[in-house]
Every structure is written in C-alpha cells, then in structure tokens.
Design a protein around this ligand. Structure first.
Ligand SMILES: O=C(O)CCC(=O)C(=O)O
Ligand SMILES: [Fe+2]
Length: 366
C-alpha cells in the first residue's frame, strides 16, 4: 500500500493518485484479464524442442532452474525497493552517470535521458537505466547504491550466461551459421532497466505502467515481484503472465525476430497498473553488436545501430515506434514501385513509414 509518508519518493507527476491519465482508445483498459500459463523452459535440462516451440508459438516463456540463487533474487528486489523509496530529490542527486534515473516513459536516448516524444502517453513508471559494461566505473559513496551496484554486477554475470546459453540453443534450432550468429548477441550491449510502477488508488485511478510494445532486443529477461501486471497479446487477446517466485520471464525481441526470419515472434506486451500496490521489476536486455548487419529474407539488411536510431527518430516525430515494419522488403519495394508509377520523385518526408506505421503498434522501449 502507498503510505502517505512515502509520497515524497514518487516523482511529483505521480503524487495526484486519483488523476486520470489520458490514454488513446487503442489502449483502453476495459478488456478482461485472464491468466495464461506461458510455456516453461528448464535451463538445467534444456530441451531444444520445447525451447523452439515456445519461441515459435509464443515469443515468451518462463525460465526455471536458471541457476541464480534465490537469495540473490530477493536481495536485488529488496535493495531496489529501498532505493526507490528514497526521496525523489535524493534519487535525482544520487543516480548519476553511467546510471540514469527517469520517469513517465521507458524511451531513453543513448545517454539514458528520457526521449522527448510527440506522444501524449504517460507511462506510470519510474526507472533506473544501468549499462552493464560501465557498471564498474560507478563508484557511489552512498552505501545502499554501492551495495545495489555489487548485486547488479553479480546478477549481470548470471544473465549474460543465461542469455548466451539460450541464444546458442536458439541458433542451433534455427540452423544459423555459427560464425555469423556470434555477433548477433553481444554481451557488452547488455543493460538493466529497474522499474517501479507506482500504485494507483481507486476511483478512476488507472493507467498503463507501460503501454503495448515489442522490445527491440534479441532477448529480454524479466524478474518481476509478486504483484503482477505483465500482459502479453496472443490470439487476439491480452493475457496476464502471473508472477511465480524464482522464475524469470524471457521475451523474444525484434532483433531475434529478424534473425530468425520471422520464425520467432517478438511478443507484444504491456504492464497494467491497477492494484493499490507498487510493482517492481528488474529487466535485462541484450542486443547484436552495433555494427553487425542483420540479414534475412524478410527484411532489408540493417544494423542494430541503424534500427535504434530509426526507433528514436520515429518516437520523436510520430510518438511511437514503427520498428521492424520499416524494414520489410515487400513494403519497401511496393512503396518505391508506387512512387515510380506516379513519376514523382520520392520526397524526404514521405518515407515508407506512411505505409507501414501502425499506431496500435507501440511506443519506443528497449
Ligand atoms: O516491467 C516489466 O515487467 C516489463 C518491462 C518491459 O516490458 C520493458 O522494459 O520493455
Ligand atoms: Fe518490454
């Protein structure tokens, strides 16, 4: 429950607990909530067949027997909770480069600052952005932050191991060329997002913690507390992914979708904030090496760097992420044919976006 004494820990915009946040129609909250048992993958006895099925049919799975001590998971959650409960001003002062503190949006620039978007949507969250490769440079004097940093470092080593093991098994399943696939998951690109979703009280007090989106990553690995709120879109329905202690949720991201030639799907998901309790999650994202070219029969070749720059451009200009649709061969070709038929020069402002943008698609996120 949100204690009044804790109010000062929230960014001011979240302190008017009963204010209604405007949400576009496509994000309407009235659909029913049904829990879904997402497929389970056991990392200790990894079945390539089960893993393949989960990635093809769901784009998400629950990971068990991952080898992370439960004490590390609970210490991380506990420390994250304590950090977030510091005053808003202390967090702004303490959380400095290479970490960053943000709220209201998960869309950040490469330096970790909130990205200015044309979208009016408010995501009901505050978060820390933590680039793993720069974590050792962060030597905070604050003992709580120092301890949290050490825990994240240890956790980061586990997640690099897990992501690599999973990716290598996926690459085997997909018969990827081992030499080419090596640069498709670059451990040094890994970063954490630690989120707190402030609670909402009754009476019209509803908002999205995070609006519907797909992740741009190869893989994303979520460690959520027991409050719940993560939902996925499957078979035209939004379904709740219940929290289960000591398990992790793995999402297929856009890059994995492209690498797999659409064999695996980057799952659309969102976070609902409804309960009068705050929710905490610690999410890990990993990407291809920035300049490695991703080739597939579905998409024109691109590097992750280009993709990310495009996502940021779209988010600034349109208010949402166009994502992979921008790179679909057929759409790109149709568009240029259309232009030739019209005998018109292709104007800078009329890019393929106008043909492929899908506002229900998503806002930018990792
Ligand atoms: O907090 C969560 O459970 C999910 C966060 C998420 O989807 C994201 O950061 O992209
Ligand atoms: Fe996400």
């Amino acid at each position: 429950m949100l204690e009044t004494s804790n109010l000062g820990s929230y960014p001011p915009v979240f302190r008017k607990l009963n204010s209604v946040v405007p949400q576009p129609k496509s994000y309407s909250m009235d659909d029913t909530q049904v829990s879904v048992p997402v497929p389970t993958v056991d990392l200790q006895c990894l079945s390539l067949h089960k893993l393949g099925e989960a990635c093809e049919s769901w784009g998400i799975f629950r990971l068990v027997n991952h080898g992370i001590p439960s004490t590390l998971l609970s210490k991380l959650q506990h420390h994250a909770k304590m950090l977030f409960s510091l005053s808003f001003e202390s967090k702004q002062a303490l959380i400095t480069d290479p970490m960053s503190y943000f709220w209201g949006t998960p869309a950040l620039t490469s330096s970790g600052a909130a990205l200015k978007s044309s979208s009016p949507n408010m995501n009901w969250l505050e978060g820390l952005n933590v680039p793993l490769s720069q974590l050792t440079q962060f030597q905070p004097e604050n003992p709580l932050l120092h301890c949290f940093r050490l825990l994240l470092e240890e956790y980061g080593r586990h997640l690099s191991r897990i992501a690599t093991t999973l990716f290598q098994s996926m690459a085997k399943n997909l018969h990827l060329d081992p030499e080419q696939s090596e640069s498709m998951l670059e451990e040094s690109t890994g970063f954490f997002r630690v989120y707190r979703y402030p609670p909402r009280r009754s009476m019209g007090g509803e908002a999205w913690g995070m609006i519907p989106h797909t992740d741009s990553s190869v893989l994303s690995i979520v460690n959520q507390d027991q409050v719940g709120g993560l939902e996925i879109f499957k078979d035209n329905k939004w379904l709740l992914v219940d929290p289960i202690p000591n398990t992790l949720i793995v999402h297929i991201g856009d890059m994995m979708q492209a690498i797999s030639n659409d064999g695996y799907t980057s799952v659309r998901h969102r976070v609902r904030v409804k309960k009068p309790e705050e929710r905490l999650s610690i999410c890990y994202f990993v990407f291809p090496a920035e300049d490695s070219v991703i080739r597939s029969s579905k998409y024109k070749p691109f590097t992750y760097k280009e993709f990310q720059e495009q996502v940021q451009k779209d988010t600034r200009a349109l208010g949402y992420k166009v994502g992979l649709k921008r790179y679909v061969w057929a759409l790109v070709e149709n568009y240029s044919n259309l232009m030739h038929e019209c005998f018109e020069p292709v104007k800078e402002s009329r890019t393929a976006t106008h043909l492929v943008a899908d506002k229900s698609g998503s806002e930018n996120s990792p």
